[in-house]
Design a protein around this ligand. Structure first.
Ligand code: 5AD
Ligand code: SF4
Length: 437
């Protein structure tokens, strides 16, 4: 029997790619197993967004340098694309190296491996392909990821993604809507539309939809209760997106809009192509909309040349926006990126100090914003039950975790109303006030 094990690192795009890879492998007669020890084929779907993420796969491979005799090892995803055949030098027991832009070739590559080829690669980035497959093995029976576009045409100075995922290419609206309808007919009630720059979506067929149009069409599919999307780039984030959210309650109360820095000087050096004012205009649209939109962001501190005054502007912006949640990172130099040529006089310890200050500020904001919700009633989707605490785990439209108690037995994927009774920095707690709806 052909068996495989897969471990996934990185973002939702990677998680969803793995769901597609798993389906493709099963179609080829492979069976998924729970541990690398039990598998004939061991795959790592990798991330290289920061150095730490990249190192993980090499430490995993190291573990099997000896213990992996008789197994086939494959590296997929962003490290595969970035390092290419160098991976064979660093980890000679690897046989397959394949980036996400080549996944449509996976069945062919697998056959080559089965035929005993020792080194097989899929590394072409010059592609119009999007990885569409009817065999996707989705992890969750209620909430489905769905790719609308792949790749990235921006060239942010710090970012590997254009080098690891290739140029932007969108799926046709017809194929996306077909998949959404199918998912709804299989009982999925939540769809998360994915793209590295999801709002740059443009239907390649003539007279096709832009992203706001796609949102309207997806949200209108009968049976869906929640539609989310990630990640948005501020430059292409038009007011029509907020208008479509205003019009359609199925579109969730949440926008993730990475800003990266609050300083125009840094934004310029990052090649983000928007100013702080332009970013804030988008925040105003959201705050003035009829919806109670949760706003979240990504932030990089210690980008080369970031001065104390620049960092202060980031702190000011965070005070002004009051994000509901934030992912913040210390700048990590990445191969091929243009920021490698910038001089960087800021010492590492200073970067670490700034990250701590930013994260403490954000934590205080989250405590305040979550506390504002105490007493309110929120609809949640049930994600599971925590036997340790005796609480059900719910997710609000704003993407907050709301743990709650009820005497009823709930199926996962159910929706009901919960009154918020307590708030912490990262989650809410409450009591159910309605039956399943
Ligand atoms: N160093 C640190 N953080 C980075 N990100 C992307 N590239 C880097 C890098 N070189 C962060 C950005 C992005 C998020 C996914 O990861 O904030 O939005
Ligand atoms: Fe990591 Fe970026 Fe690749 Fe996602 S696209 S896996 S975040 S490097």
């Amino acid at each position: 029997m052909k068996t495989f094990y897969i471990e996934t690192f990185g973002c939702q795009m990677n998680a969803h790619d793995s769901e597609k890879v798993i389906g493709t492998l099963m179609q080829q007669g492979y069976q998924q197993v729970a541990t690398p020890e039990d598998a004939g084929l061991v795959l790592y779907n990798t991330c290289s967004i920061r150095d730490k993420a990249e190192q993980k796969v090499f430490s995993r491979l190291q573990q099997f340098k000896r213990a992996g005799a008789g197994k086939v090892f494959g590296v997929l995803g962003c490290v595969a694309q970035q390092e290419g055949e160098n991976i064979f030098d660093r980890a000679p027991h690897v046989s397959l190296v394949c980036g996400s832009a080549s996944y449509t070739k996976l069945p062919e590559l697998l056959v080559q491996i089965e035929n005993g080829e020792r080194r097989v690669t899929g590394l072409n980035l010059d592609t119009e392909d999007t990885f569409e497959t009817p065999f996707t093995r989705r992890d969750n029976p209620h909430r489905a990821y769905l790719t609308v576009m792949e790749g990235c045409d921006k060239s942010c100075a710090y970012c590997v993604v254009p080098f690891t995922r290739g140029p932007e290419r969108s799926r046709t609206g017809a194929s996306i809507l077909e998949e959404v309808r199918q998912l709804a007919s299989h009982g999925y009630t939540e769809i998360q539309l994915l793209g590295q720059n999801v709002n740059s979506y443009r239907d390649p067929s003539s007279g096709g939809l832009d992203f706001a149009g796609l949102l309207r069409e997806v949200a209108a599919v009968p049976g869906l209760r929640r539609v989310r999307f990630t990640t948005s780039h501020p430059r292409d984030f038009g007011k029509e997106i907020i208008d479509s959210m205003d019009e359609n309650p199925v579109l969730c109360n949440h926008v993730h809009l990475p800003v990266q820095s609050g300083s125009d000087h840094v934004l310029k050096r990052m090649l983000r192509h928007y100013t702080r004012d332009e970013y804030m205009r988008r925040i105003e649209w959201m705050k003035q909309s009829g919806r109670n939109i949760a706003i979240t962001t990504d932030m990089i501190v210690g980008f080369p040349g970031e001065s104390d005054a620049d960092f202060q502007q980031t702190l000011d912006l965070v005070d002004e926006v009051e994000y509901d949640s934030m992912f913040s990172f210390k700048y990590s130099p990445r191969p091929n990126t243009s920021a490698l040529t910038l001089s960087d006089p800021v010492p590492e310890e200073e970067k670490g100090r700034r990250l701590t200050i930013l994260q403490e500020k954000q934590r205080a904001i989250q405590i305040r914003r979550n506390a504002d919700l105490v007493g309110k009633v929120e609809e949640v989707m049930v994600e599971g039950y925590n036997h340790g605490t005796g609480q059900w785990i719910g997710r609000t439209s704003q993407h907050r975790t709301l743990n709650f108690t009820t005497t009823a037995q709930l199926p996962e994927g159910a929706y009901l109303d919960v009154r918020v009774t307590r708030a912490g920095p990262n989650s809410l707690a409450g009591e159910a006030v309605s039956q399943i709806q």
